[in-house]
Design a protein around this ligand. Structure first.
Ligand SMILES: Cc1cc2nc3c(=O)[nH]c(=O)nc-3n(C[C@H](O)[C@H](O)[C@H](O)COP(=O)(O)OP(=O)(O)OC[C@H]3O[C@@H](n4cnc5c(N)ncnc54)[C@H](O)[C@@H]3O)c2cc1C
Length: 382
């Protein structure tokens, strides 16, 4: 018996037809971007660009029309994502909301929450952040302590979140808080909240990452008051809700295409200066890329059928981040260039940026060790 299913999925003609339109749009809209800006990939933040993508109907592609969506397939959505990543489009302003927060609200939110929020995301107007990790709770998320206590007219939130991507730009956070404590069931008593980031009592402190960017933050909550209707789903069911959300976070093409710009630059470089060693290396990389794409696409087709591929998604994320982390080293071993952020050479600047950025790829969305623990459990080994 195999714990994992990766059925072959072929993209239907309508998805390939959409690819042509998406590609042409990115060609025109992104012609000014440098390779270094493109390498920032899904961390590139540009609200205007997100609004333009929304105007094309490419945000909330699979959502119901009554919430501003377009009722297209998960496979068409997949094509938009992979074209965006290969083009290095600055998608960060809508990425989290489109990938995770919107689908979470569709699954667990109230009708009122969906009507209030989803059309704004689909228009590219609402930026979301995810508040799960805390200063003392990362991998062991069930240990989180930030409390949400019932008050007369709602909830009172305290505590702190950390590594919160885009909190400094976000209109809303979906935050996981502790609403009760049961020593025999650490995963119980967690609940999710829809938090307007303008609510008094919220302070956002920037954290600088290794390449020097400020894209994630510490978020401190001091007596933050929320009304009753900010609870998402069922009180105490936050763990199951979050687990369902992680399948969206771990299965997509962003889990193997984050350093694609260095592969594209390497191929260009080797075209100008071909070598047998380079040809063999690129062939191997392309074979890995094609395999990862087939696996990830298979999960998109499972999502399309309403299945939950969370176990398979851990495999894609673990193998995919391994691939994108090795690309800068392989590129450097094939070309005679040192990484240098000030060199003025596109290849050296992209190399320098990615060498500093890739270590985080196997941390965000769940660390390698945690994913492998989940895979081992899926195989019945623990
Ligand atoms: C770029 C980036 C963006 C992020 N964005 C967000 C965000 O928007 N929202 C959010 O909530 N979080 C975010 N995170 C946080 C991320 O989810 C956590 O960093 C991650 O879950 C690990 O938690 P930690 O940093 O506390 O490390 P720890 O949990 O302390 O882990 C440290 C090390 O110990 C290992 N380890 C821990 N437990 C075990 C175990 N049981 N067995 C074996 N090894 C173990 C880990 O694998 C890791 O190598 C982001 C992180 C990064 C790097």
């Amino acid at each position: 018996m195999s714990a994992f299913r990766f059925d072959i999925c072929r993209l239907p003609p309508e998805a390939e037809a959409l690819r042509q339109k998406v590609w042409a749009f990115f060609e025109e809209e992104l012609s000014h971007m440098t390779p270094l800006q493109r390498a920032d990939s899904w961390d590139g933040f540009d609200r205007d660009f997100s609004r333009k993508m929304a105007a094309k109907g490419w945000i909330g592609l699979t959502w119901p029309e009554r919430y501003g969506g377009h009722e297209r397939t998960a496979l068409e959505r997949y094509v938009v994502l992979e074209e965006a990543l290969v083009a290095g489009a600055p998608v960060s302003a809508h990425w989290i909301a489109e990938r995770q927060s919107g689908p979470l609200l569709l699954n667990f939110g109230s009708e009122e929450q969906c009507h209030k929020i989803l059309p704004g995301i689909a228009k590219g107007e609402l930026v979301f952040c995810i508040g799960m990790s805390e200063p003392d709770s990362g991998s062991d998320l069930a240990s989180l302590r930030s409390p949400a206590k019932r008050s007369d007219d709602g909830w009172l939130l305290n505590g702190a979140k950390v590594w919160t991507t885009n909190a400094h730009e976000a209109d809303y956070m979906i935050g996981l808080f502790r609403t009760s404590t049961d020593p025999d069931n650490r995963r119980g008593g967690l609940s999710q909240f829809l938090i307007d980031m303008k609510t008094p009592g919220i302070t956002v402190n920037p954290i600088v990452d290794l390449p020097g960017r400020e894209h994630f933050n510490e978020v401190v909550f001091e007596d933050v008051h929320l009304s009753h209707d900010c609870l998402i789903g069922t009180e105490g069911e936050g763990w199951d809700q979050v687990t369902a959300e992680l399948a969206y976070e771990r299965s997509g093409p962003e889990r193997y295409l984050s350093s694609i710009q260095i592969l594209l630059a390497l191929v260009d470089e080797l075209k100008a200066n071909p070598s047998e060693r380079g040809t063999i290396a690129v062939g191997e990389l392309m074979a890995r890329l094609a395999t990862l794409r087939a696996m990830s696409l298979s999960l998109a087709s499972m999502l399309e059928k309403g299945q939950n591929p969370s176990l398979e998604a851990t495999v894609v994320k673990d193998l995919g981040t391994g691939f994108e982390q090795t690309l800068p080293d392989i590129a450097q071993s094939l070309i005679d260039l040192e990484p240098d952020p000030d060199s003025g050479s596109d290849m050296q600047m992209v190399l320098s940026f990615l060498i500093q950025a890739v270590p985080s790829f196997s941390l965000r969305g769940g660390t390698r060790e945690i994913l492998r623990g989940i895979i081992a459990r899926g195989l019945g080994l623990r």
